[in-house]
Design a protein around this ligand. Structure first.
Ligand code: AMP
Length: 210
């Protein structure tokens, strides 16, 4: 199995598909967004330094995120899904040079119309305990605020509101093209049609990784 890099806009379904890949294919999942939010929740020195940046929808500096990534993955112990990293071309190069080195890897690009994302993101809710991702319009939990699968608290991310979502999508649009070119030139890029329903997206990912 190859190491997998997930590329795609916020709300394109990377987190949802990563969960499926963990449970059905045995991958380890490392999401830099989750790691950074955990630091904010812990109120660590790092968390306090970055919380305003995350809440504004801007990118945290490369060396902080790379350091956090390095200490949270060990390629010797299995296959990883990298979710939310790289966010710019320097991070893409650092991922190769510092983390992946010569490990066989593939970049899955979640391609979809960016116009649908704002609505998806502002309606997104996440379980604090198991990480299950809900959509209040299409897939709401049965009981408001309570996770159907584990009973945990379902919450809305602080950066999933109108204004910050708009910033996050702008950041995405201004950084994604060179990343796609980078992986395409290395022959590592596989495009996934992320506008399909989640089961079909999973199916396409499995086929791409077979
Ligand atoms: P995400 O959960 O991937 O949507 O990330 C949430 C927020 O965490 C982003 O808007 C950034 O502020 C920060 N973040 C996550 N991953 C990175 C990264 N690779 N580089 C810089 N900032 C990041």
């Amino acid at each position: 199995m190859k190491q997998v890099i997930l590329l795609g806009a916020p709300g394109s379904g990377k987190g949802t598909q990563a969960r499926v890949m963990v449970s059905s294919m045995g991958y380890n999942h490392v999401s830099t967004g989750d790691l950074l939010r955990a630091e904010v929740a812990k109120k660590s020195e790092l968390g306090n330094r970055i919380s305003d940046i995350i809440n504004a929808g801007k990118l945290v500096d490369d060396s902080t995120v790379l350091e956090l990534l390095k200490v949270n993955c060990d390629l010797g112990s299995g296959q990883y899904i990298f979710d939310g990293f790289p966010r710019n071309i320097d991070q893409a190069k650092a991922l190769d040079e510092v983390v992946l080195k010569d490990a066989a890897s593939v970049a899955l690009y979640f391609d979809l119309d960016l116009n649908v994302l704002k609505e998806r993101l502002v309606n997104r809710r996440t379980c604090r305990d198991c990480g299950y991702i809900y959509n209040m319009l299409t897939n709401a939990p049965e009981k408001e605020g309570v996770c159907d699968s584990c009973g945990g608290e379902v919450f809305q991310r602080k950066d999933d509101n109108d204004e910050v979502v708009a910033n996050r999508l702008d950041v995405y649009k201004s950084t994604i093209d060179p990343i796609l070119t980078y992986y395409s030139e290395k022959g590592m890029l596989v495009k996934i049609n992320a506008s399909q329903d989640p089961e079909k997206v999973s199916h396409q990912i499995k086929a791409a990784l077979a």
